[in-house]
Each structure stands twice: as structure tokens, then as C-alpha cells.
Design a protein. Structure first.
Lengths: 260, 654
């Protein structure tokens, strides 16, 4: 494999998060290395989405620290995360339903647009050249994800599986160095899942993007992940390579389900 | 490129290409949509790219007479590879891109292919899968390098690298390729196209430069095609029609080929390009019409009203206007208005605004469907041909369109009928041979040089050829006149109420038929008339249904009577079967064709009843249910007499 897993770029240390009396996460530490596919698994309510939200700064943990590319923080802020190249997708698709696929993916380029609002409003001067450049990037994403046939379709009219793909496209358009994918394959049929796996592996392989992934389908997780973290009731109960995790008795008991 | 002497005679494809590059260097030869924008390649650019690919192949060791496998969607670089291969005196062999690896292995072995140019990773994977079975295969060259980063196999090479190798080679030895092109002869095999193999293993049909150039020239002349045509190339490259329309005719007249972005975007691309020359099988036209009608159902009543008006006008006089026949001024005005309001915009939505000539072939097209497109002003025509004849035997001339004929023999083609009605053809477009199959070649070309098409047909009074059936299914009535079951059955099946039909009459006094009704269509029909029924068998026995089908049969009898060749084939007696013919019961093939022999044995009592003059017959049939259980269906079937028409009388009436 050409893709080589590098140094640790993201380190979560002693993260605890609670909402009032509900402890969502308790003293969780793990790290993510450059170029790897890191999965977070666990039963419903284990705190997986909360963990992603802590990584990109939507939630602010009461305890612990986040180190991203050498910068140590008490917590992350969403706009800083985005600026530093962290993009994400959501469990419940968060696209603009009335806008076309192209426009939705274009929003992923927003942070990279340098011209001021007046230039853009008049589509004048540098703004024009800039838009052409961004549009080219968007078309590359469309080509990559093989969604040419729907580029002008409003997202709300697309089937679920394709909406998920468009959302991945929007995240990709930001040219992130790290992507957080929240259940990218939920509710898909086998074929759609296979396609999505292919795309995730291709993104990881071709662009070297580090991927942090939440997924329920064990087959998928074990196949594509380099390392897996297992959460249960907000606590970390396992961490390691897929095989290691698969054979961890705590994990089996909590998640994969055998007789107690 | 600077050798006018070698290209003095434009009798091979490479020479044609080089001549276009000189004569119209800046005209668009090809367009391809990439990153959402149509990219254009001029003839000069195409020629340059073809040279690079050709020299690259030569560098790899491609020799004269070698076969080059080509697999993929309609991509410019794959068309260029075809031309590059021909420059070197090689034979391109296109394969269906959706075939599974096993089927490709057969062709690769049969054609002894050493080099293959494939589209992408998907095809490369297939090549790697069958590599063991095809020891001759030395090099696989891929067009799209996406996902190919980890394929380190030396057996694989990117088309980009091949082209840069070739460009360097062409620079250092500029005379090499011109020399190779000069060596080409019109009688050399220019392409090998594999037959579909519905009857036995696929056979490689070897066609010469001359055959395809003559066919293409004839076709271009016939339809007055110029360098200004635009065509959308979306049908498989391995199919003879695509090679004729998108390759040979473009090379002959210098028009523009447009490659769609992907299989799913064809409809959008069609609309953006607005081709002037178009080919589609009947089912594409049918799907388009259905989409239009469904969307009209959802439109507001006002829009439906104008749509209805425009359609009525079009039905009344559209086809006549298209054919240049006399039409009253009032009708002309109404058609003009309909065109302004509905027909024009409709054609625009379909991408048909600029169409001058459209063809359909490959299956029987329903008369209503055919008439619809012609009435809205699209010059849709039919043609007849097969792989062995460069898809070029008969064409419908402008202004002389008959729904049930395939037109007149094309320029330079001689068509003759054998004793048994089989169509024999001769002309420059005939195949040279089947690859490595002298036995098959000898079987299909008779000693006088005619190709035996295997189809039966006849010429009508205006010299138009009508295809009636496969020759082996055609029989004779006792009166001596010809009996073509398929012809009659197809006519019946064009009625929406008839799902399937089986006609009998070989060595009999008259023609009879079994009919299967279409449960949905007929069910709808009787429900609207307030009749309840319990299932297929019950529905099929309803007097109202019998009457409905009888009307269909009589309508066909009237049509048949108008045709002197077919007047004796009118259906005298028929019955509606008590069960649907089913592939599970062995009555149909898996592709839903009637197994004539099996059906006539299984229902021998019914056939006897049809010919013995009985008016009712009891039948009990074993059936297999979908879950594998066996059961019996029994019924008393009524046998109906249908009105027949005297040949002459009907003719004057029609």
C-alpha cells in the first residue's frame, strides 16, 4: 500500500462530557494517526456522536484536552476545526434540500473563498475567476463520486443513499485533511454500502485523508478500519486493531452480543 | 501527414482520417463531456492522438494483422484506438463492456488477442481475472487511470504513457506511420465484430475497409449527411450499428461524434447536444413517450387541453406534412400553431429539436409509437441489416415511409428472395468471412455470392421489403401461399389487450390462433364496464372479452386482406387460452419467446378443435406455481369464428 500511516495528529485525553446529570462521556482517551481509518463503535447511546462533536468543537467537554497537530486545547471550536482541515458529515443528513447537488457541494468550498461579498454579489473581477476555480474543484468531486447524472437535481428529490453521497461530496469539497463521518452507511442497502465503502477507501487512499468513522455495520468496520475504539455507556471498553477488538471479551459482551 | 500520394485514394479509414485532418483541421471531430463541460477535439487533434496511440502500440510490438481488443463505453480515446489499430494494419475487436469476464475470455481466445485497450479499473480487473485462460494476452492498456495506482503489474500500461511513448517514436521516425498507412489495402479486414451468439457460440465477423466505407458512403448519400451533423454515440461500440453510424459514417462525411458523460446522463447530454442524426432501439423511443405522457397526466387541465389539441392535430396531418404530401391550409395553420405551443417545446425537452434523420431497428416498433414520433415532426425511419452486412441492407427513403416495411434496398445493395421466402443479399457490404470458421462462412454465403440472412420477407407493390419472420419458422398453407406465424402474432401483440399469441397454419387449410389476453389491460377494460371477474381463467371466458379480441382479430384480417401476399393468412378461428403461457411451464423461453413446438404438442386437443369446426372444447392443463407446487387448471374454451375479408374487396375498402 502506498498510503503509510504516520504520526499521531489528534489526541483526545481524559475527555468527560455531561449534560446536566447525564454523563455522555467519561474519561476517554484515544488518538488518531495521520492517514488512518479510525472507527468508533458502540451500542446506541454509547456516546459516539458526542465524541465526534467534541472533536470538531460542537460540544465542549467539562474535563480533558484535545491536541490537534501539536496544538493543545481545552476544547475545540467548530470554525477552528474547519480552518484546520477537519470536515464532517452528519447522522441525519444536513444538506440544503432545495438546492441542487452542485450548489450543496459548493457550500463546502465556502471557507476557501477569498473575495468579499460585493465582488461575489456582482460576480465581478476576481470573484469570477475564483468561482470558476471552485466550480472546477466541485466538478472533480462530482466526477470522483460518480454523480454526474444528478448534478443539477435538487437534493430533496434524491434517494437517501445518494443524499449521503452528496454529503460526503460536500465534506470532500473542503479538501480536508481529516474527515469525521457519522454513520455514513446507516439505512443503506448492501449495494449502496459497498459503493460507500469503496468511496471512503478511495478518499483515504488517493487524497491521504485521515478518516474518523462511526458505523454500526460490523462487517464494514472490521473490513475497512485500521484501528477501532469501542465505547459503551460513555466509557471506553476497547481500543486496537479490528482483530484485537473482535476478540476482546468486554466488547463481545457489550456490543457484539453473546450469552452472558 | 505530408504524403498526398499515399492518401490519393481514400479507400481505408486511416487515409480518410488523415485527409480530414488536412481538409478540415479545425472542425470538431469529437466532443466529450468532462467535468461538466463539453470538450472538443478537432480533426487535427484526433489525427495527432491517433498517430501517438498507433506509434505507441507499434513500440510495444503490435504487428500488422494483430488483433486489438477494445473494451469500454463510448470514449473518444477508445475510438482513437480503433483508428490507431487500423493505421498499423491491425484488426480492432470491440467487446461489450458489460459482458462478464468469462464471455470476454471466449472472444480473447477466439480472436487470439495479444493487446487490449480497456476503459477503466473495472475492465482491467476482468482482464486480470481471465489472464490465466488467455496466455496470449501480453499487454492491457487502460484509458482512465483512476484507482490504478496500486496496480504494479508490468502487463498493464496507461494510455497516457503509451501516447507519450508514441509521440516520441513519431518524432524520431516520422515516416514510419505514413508508411504503415500506405501499406493498407481496401480489401484488408478493418474490424471484427462478434455476433450475439443467440444461435450457438459467437462468431467473429470480418469486415473490410471497403465494406464499411461503401456502406457508410451509401448511407450518407441516401440521407444527405454532411460534415455538419452531430451524433450522440451512446450505444455499445461492439455493436455493428455504432461502428457504422459513429465511426464509419463520421470518417466518411467528417461529422461530429459526441460521447456522453456516462450511461446515466445520456438523456441530459442528448438535450444539450441536440443531435441532427440519431439512432435508438424501439424501447428507448417507447420509454421517452411514456415519460412524456405520465408527466402530462400531472399537468394542469389547461395544459392538458392544449396538449390534447396539439396531439390531435399532429395525428391528423403531422406525418403527411413531414412526407411533403398535400395538406389543407387550415390544417397547416393548426399544425404550425401546435408546433409553436407544444410540439416544438416537447421536441426541445426530448433533445430532438435539430433532428433531421432518426433511425430505429433491432425489434419491431409498434405502429402507434412510430406514428407518434413522425407526427410530431421527427423524421424517424427504419432500417434493416445485420452484423454480416454492416447493418446496411434496406433503408426507408424520405417521404416514403411505410409502418410495416423496412424500406428499399440501399444504394449498391442487391436483395433477392429465395424459393422459401428467405432474404438473400449481395453487395460491397458483405462480410469477408467468419474468423477461423470457413464452414460457417460457406454455409452463409451461397455459390452465387449471396448472403443468406435467415430472415423471410417479401417485396410489396412499391418495392419495399417487408420482414415477416425467421425463415425457418415460415411454412405454407395448403393453398400454397406463405404462412409466417411471427408476422401475424406480432400484429396481434401490438394491441394492448393482447399479451401473447400463437398462430397455426402450416400444412393446414386456414390460419387459427391462440390468444393470451393482457390481464391488466383487459381487466381495466371490463372493470370500467362494470363487470366483475375472479381471475385470469374467468376473465378469459367472459363474452365481453371474447368480443373485444374478436374485434382485434378482425381488424388484423382486414389489414392482411389488403396485402396480396398475406390475404390467405387471415385468422379464421381463434380461442383465448385459459392460462397465461409461462416460462415455468416450458411454454416460453426465458426471454419470453413462444416455444412453438412445445405449445402445439401440449395443446394438441385445442388445435384439433380449432380445425374440426367444434365451437367448444374442454381442456385440463397441469401448471406449476411459483412456489413449485403442481396444480391443474381446467376450462371449457369457446372457439370463435372471425370475419374474414376477400382480398380484393378489402383492398378497395382500404
Amino acid at each position: 500500500m502506498a498510503r503509510e500511516i504516520g504520526d499521531v495528529i489528534l489526541k483526545m485525553e481524559g475527555i468527560s462530557l455531561s449534560f446536566g446529570g447525564v454523563k455522555a462521556l467519561t474519561n476517554i482517551s484515544f488518538d488518531v494517526r495521520e492517514h488512518e481509518i479510525r472507527s468508533i463503535i458502540g451500542p446506541n447511546g454509547a456516546g459516539k456522536s458526542s465524541m465526534l462533536n467534541v472533536i470538531n468543537g460542537v460540544y465542549h467537554p467539562q474535563e480533558g484536552q484535545v491536541t490537534f497537530r501539536g496544538e493543545v486545547r481545552r476544547d475545540m471550536e467548530p470554525h477552528k476545526a474547519a480552518k484546520q482541515g477537519i470536515a464532517r458529515t452528519f447522522q441525519n443528513i444536513a444538506l440544503f434540500k432545495g438546492m441542487s447537488v452542485i450548489d450543496n457541494i459548493m457550500t463546502g468550498r465556502n471557507l476557501k473563498m477569498k473575495c468579499n461579498v460585493f465582488h461575489h454579489a456582482l460576480h465581478w473581477g476576481k470573484a469570477r475567476a475564483e468561482e470558476i476555480e471552485h466550480r472546477k474543484k466541485v466538478e472533480e468531486v462530482i466526477d470522483f463520486l460518480e454523480i454526474q447524472n444528478i448534478r443539477k437535481t435538487p437534493v430533496g428529490r434524491l434517494p437517501y443513499g445518494l443524499q449521503k453521497r452528496v454529503e460526503l461530496g460536500r465534506a470532500l469539497a473542503a479538501e480536508p485533511s481529516m474527515m469525521l463521518l457519522d454513520e455514513p452507511m446507516a439505512g443503506m442497502n448492501v449495494e449502496e454500502k459497498q459503493d460507500m465503502c469503496r468511496f471512503i477507501l478511495d478518499v483515504n487512499d488517493q487524497f491521504g485523508t485521515t478518516i474518523v468513522l462511526i458505523e454500526h455495520d460490523m462487517g464494514v468496520v472490521m473490513d475497512i478500519s485500521d484501528r477501532v475504539v469501542v465505547l459503551d455507556y460513555g466509557k471506553k471498553i476497547g481500543d486496537g486493531e479490528p482483530d484485537e477488538v473482535k476478540n476482546n471479551p468486554d466488547v463481545i459482551a457489550a456490543y457484539l452480543g453473546t450469552s452472558h | 501527414m505530408s504524403d498526398p500520394r499515399g492518401q490519393a485514394e481514400l479507400n481505408t479509414f486511416p487515409r480518410l482520417l488523415m485527409q480530414h485532418a488536412q481538409q478540415r483541421p479545425n472542425r470538431p471531430a469529437m466532443r466529450e463531456k468532462e467535468y461538466g463541460i463539453w470538450q472538443t477535439y478537432s480533426w487535427a487533434e484526433v489525427a495527432q492522438n491517433v498517430r501517438a496511440i498507433a506509434c505507441g502500440l507499434a513500440e510495444l510490438g503490435f504487428k500488422r494483422g494483430d488483433r486489438l481488443g477494445i473494451i469500454g463505453d463510448n470514449r473518444p480515446r477508445l475510438y482513437w484506438s480503433v483508428a490507431a489499430c487500423q493505421c498499423l494494419g491491425g484488426i480492432p475487436v470491440m467487446m461489450y463492456q458489460d459482458a462478464v469476464a468469462e464471455e470476454m475470455a471466449y472472444v480473447l481466445q477466439d480472436a487470439e488477442i495479444k493487446f487490449a485497450v480497456v476503459e477503466d479499473q473495472e475492465q482491467v480487473d476482468k482482464m486480470l481475472e481471465i489472464r490465466e485462460q488467455c496466455p496470449l494476452l501480453e499487454h492491457v492498456i487502460y484509458d482512465d487511470s483512476r484507482g490504478m495506482r496500486h496496480y504494479a503489474d508490468t502487463f498493464l500500461l496507461g494510455l497516457d504513457e503509451l501516447q507519450s511513448m508514441g509521440t516520441a517514436h513519431d518524432k524520431s521516425q516520422p515516416d514510419f506511420l505514413d508508411g504503415e498507412i500506405r501499406k493498407g489495402e481496401p480489401d484488408d479486414v478493418s474490424v471484427m465484430l462478434y455476433t450475439s451468439g443467440t444461435t450457438g457460440k459467437p462468431k467473429g465477423v470480418c469486415q473490410t475497409h471497403d465494406a464499411f466505407i461503401q456502406s457508410a458512403k451509401g448511407g450518407c448519400q441516401f440521407d444527405k449527411l454532411t460534415e455538419n451533423e452531430d451524433i450522440l454515440s451512446y450505444l455499445p461500440m461492439a455493436w455493428v450499428g455504432d461502428h457504422l453510424f459513429s465511426y464509419a459514417q463520421a470518417m466518411v462525411s467528417g461529422f461530429t461524434i459526441n460521447c456522453p458523460e456516462s450511461g446515466e446522463t445520456v438523456m441530459t447530454d442528448l438535450r444539450e447536444i441536440g443531435p441532427t442524426y440519431y439512432f435508438a432501439p424501439p424501447r428507448v423511443f417507447e420509454n421517452l413517450l411514456t415519460t412524456v405522457l405520465i408527466r402530462m397526466e400531472d399537468a394542469s387541465w389547461f395544459k392538458r387541453k392544449i396538449f390534447g389539441f396539439a396531439m390531435d392535430v399532429a395525428k391528423r396531418c403531422g406525418a403527411e406534412i413531414l412526407d411533403g404530401k398535400p395538406v389543407s391550409t387550415s390544417d397547416r395553420f393548426q399544425y404550425w400553431l401546435s408546433n409553436l405551443l407544444i410540439l416544438g417545446p416537447l421536441k426541445n425537452v426530448l433533445g430532438f429539436s435539430r433532428i433531421r434523420v432518426a433511425y430505429t431497428a433491432g425489434a419491431a416498433i409498434g405502429p402507434d409509437l412510430f406514428r407518434f414520433y413522425r407526427s410530431i415532426g421527427i423524421n424517424l425511419k427504419q432500417l434493416y441489416g445485420q452484423t454480416e452486412t454492416c447493418a446496411y441492407v434496406c433503408l426507408q427513403p424520405d417521404g416514403q415511409i411505410k409502418l410495416d416495411s423496412v424500406g428499399k434496398p440501399a444504394p449498391g445493395v442487391e436483395v433477392k428472395l429465395a424459393e422459401n421466402g428467405e432474404i438473400l443479399v449481395k453487395g460491397p457490404m458483405l462480410l469477408k468471412s467468419y474468423y477461423k470458421r470457413p464452414d460457417a462462412t460457406a454455409e452463409s454465403i451461397n455459390e452465387d455470392g449471396y448472403f443468406l440472412t435467415g430472415d423471410a420477407g417479401f417485396f410489396d407493390e412499391d418495392g419495399h421489403l417487408k420482414i415477416i419472420d425467421r425463415a425457418k419458422d415460415v411454412g405454407k398453407l395448403n393453398s400454397g401461399s406463405i404462412f409466417a406465424p411471427n408476422y401475424i402474432e406480432n400484429k396481434l401483440k401490438f394491441f394492448q389487450h393482447v399479451k401473447e399469441a400463437v398462430a397455426f397454419g402450416n400444412d393446414r387449410d386456414y390460419v387459427t390462433a391462440f390468444v393470451n389476453i393482457d390481464l391488466e389491460a383487459v381487466g381495466n377494460y371490463v372493470e370500467r364496464r362494470g363487470l366483475a371477474y375472479s381471475g385470469y381463467t374467468d376473465l378469459a371466458a367472459q363474452p365481453m372479452v371474447l368480443q373485444l379480441i374478436k374485434e382485434c382479430v378482425e381488424e388484423i384480417n382486414a389489414q392482411l386482406a389488403a396485402d396480396p401476399m398475406m390475404a390467405d393468412s387471415q385468422i379464421k378461428r381463434f380461442l383465448i387460452l385459459h392460462k397465461e403461457l409461462d416460462a415455468d411451464d416450458g411454454e416460453l423461453t426465458r426471454t419470453r419467446k413462444v416455444r412453438r413446438k412445445f405449445v402445439s404438442e401440449r395443446y394438441a386437443v385445442l388445435i384439433d378443435a380449432l380445425y374440426s369446426g367444434k365451437s367448444e372444447q374442454h381442456i385440463e392443463t397441469d401448471v406449476k406455481y411459483e412456489d413449485g407446487r403442481q396444480g391443474k387448471v381446467s376450462a371449457d374454451l369457446k372457439i370463435e369464428e372471425a370475419k374474414t375479408f376477400a382480398p380484393q374487396a378489402a383492398k378497395t375498402a382500404a
